[in-house]
Write a new protein. Structure first.
Length: 128
């Protein structure tokens, strides 16, 4: 289903999304505690990010017994796809081939990585 707005998640918001994808639901206090341990952010910084993310439609909230509980409003797979498409458009002019060529050209691939790439391509062509 197409989204009305393009998904754009800066790194700071991505860290909160990762936490919620792994552990939702969480309260502001729980999120702030985790972010303080991971990044050193204050609770007010985390609250500001949470409010911004909720306004963007990235988070949804529900009133819990003692505090609001936050959940991701989009699945991880949808966010990853949107970020990948954005990267591809910005850096490689939309060319998947150019991106793969650049990565392969700059790194010696292991036998396992080559097999993984081949398996992906075979699956796309319907060869199993």
């Amino acid at each position: 289903m197409p989204r009305e707005k393009e998904i754009s998640i800066p790194n700071s918001e991505w860290m909160i999304m990762e936490l919620l994808w792994d552990e939702a639901p969480l309260t502001v206090t729980q999120i702030a505690r985790a972010m303080e341990e991971k990044t050193g952010w204050t609770k007010s910084t985390t609250k500001t990010l949470i409010n911004r993310m909720a306004a963007k439609g990235l988070l949804r909230l529900q009133e819990g017994e003692k505090a609001r509980e936050y959940y991701p409003a989009i699945p991880r797979s949808e966010a990853v796809l949107a970020e990948t498409e954005s990267l591809l458009a910005r850096l490689y002019n939309g060319s998947l081939g150019l991106m793969v060529h650049t990565l392969v050209d700059q790194k010696s691939l292991s036998r396992r990585e080559i097999e993984e790439l081949r398996a992906i391509l075979d699956k796309m062509e319907g060869v199993e």
